[in-house]
Design a protein around this ligand. Structure first.
Ligand code: MEV
Length: 322
């Protein structure tokens, strides 16, 4: 049997970091995806190839060892932990492709995790519901990263524009009938999500009286933004993104490169722009309802650029050979 599953990357519009402390957040699935193909390995090994990162490796299922000499093999941990959730250990070939930057704050690890769980479970003739896929995928992120909100894995599983309620109690799809044209700018250096979360936590522990109100304000921004999005109030969405960016800077997850991109986008045209994801390297998002091309060309002069829109499609599975 040969199965392929894919899942979208995501961009957080509002509420990153605060969401780790149970605050609400809004994120969109991007029309950029990770693809995971699985088929039988006759040597009874679990063999993983990621051509785009030049990664080839074996996974020792029993003792959890990853055998690969690639310097970028960190992503294999997500793949191994995902396979363990839904596979018995028999031989498997896994090939991962993507049209998203890896480790750039766009939920690439969540997209690969969701697609791996979906492909391997289908390969094993198990039809998991989206609720189950999202649950396993969040468990994988927690095991690998130690700390993670369910936001990335939820958006990758369900697609669309998602409001994750306070305390992650409920996932609400924000139904809109207009596009959300965005530009993502991303650096070559990657932020380490786990470390950034720890750094923010240390700051919160040291200055609770200062940092807690920042999270409370981010919560208010996210709630206002939800209304603005539902009412298609573009100006308000942009203003709230800019305020959210200032607070992410205050939390210490900004860098000079991210800051340069945020202001380059704002100076090039009408947009709201902010860090998206964990920060510390990684990506910015600029929401540009008008004049997107000027902003793309200004950002291209300084960093890597991706034009994207919201994708309604979450995880997708197809059997290539039965
Ligand atoms: C990472 O994409 C977003 C963070 O809020 C972490 C998380 O939600 O798990 C920084």
């Amino acid at each position: 049997m040969q199965v392929i599953a894919s899942a979208p990357a995501k961009a957080i519009l509002f509420g990153e970091h605060a969401v780790v402390y149970g605050k609400p957040a809004i994120a969109m699935a991007l029309n950029k995806r990770a693809y995971v193909k699985v088929w039988e390995n006759v040597e009874n090994k679990i063999h993983v190839i990621i051509p785009g990162l030049d990664i080839k490796g074996y996974i020792d299922f029993k003792n959890g060892e990853i055998i690969s000499d690639s310097p970028k093999k960190g992503i294999l941990k997500y793949i191994l932990t995902s396979i363990k959730k839904v596979h018995d250990g028999s031989g498997l070939n896994v090939c991962v492709n993507f049209d998203i930057p890896i480790g750039g704050g766009l939920g690439s690890s969540a997209a690969i995790t969701v697609a791996t769980i979906a492909a391997v479970s289908k390969y094993n003739r198990k039809d998991l519901s989206k609720v189950e896929i999202a649950k396993y995928a969040h468990e994988v992120e927690l095991e690998v990263q130690k700390s993670a909100s369910p936001l990335d894995t939820t958006v990758s599983t369900y697609g669309g524009l998602i409001y994750l309620e306070k305390g992650a109690q409920e996932i609400i799809q924000l139904e809109i009938d207009y596009d959300i044209p965005v530009v993502i700018g991303y650096t070559d250096t990657r932020g380490d999500t786990g470390k950034l979360i720890v750094d923010v936590r240390k700051k919160k522990d040291k200055y609770p009286g200062v940092i807690d109100p920042i999270f409370d304000t981010i919560e208010k921004i996210t709630e206002e933004a939800r209304e603005a999005i539902l009412g298609n109030d573009k100006k308000k969405i942009m203003e709230l993104m800019n305020i959210n960016h200032g607070l992410l800077d205050a939390l210490g997850v900004n860098t000079k490169e991210l800051s340069d991109m945020v202001y380059t986008a704002r100076n090039a045209g009408t947009c709201g722009s902010k860090i998206t994801g964990a920060g510390g390297g990684g990506s910015i998002i600029a929401y540009c309802p008008d004049g997107i091309e000027e902003i793309i060309s200004a950002l291209k002069d300084i960093e890597n650029v991706l034009k994207a829109d919201v994708s309604k499609d979450g995880v997708k599975i197809s059997v290539l050979r039965g």
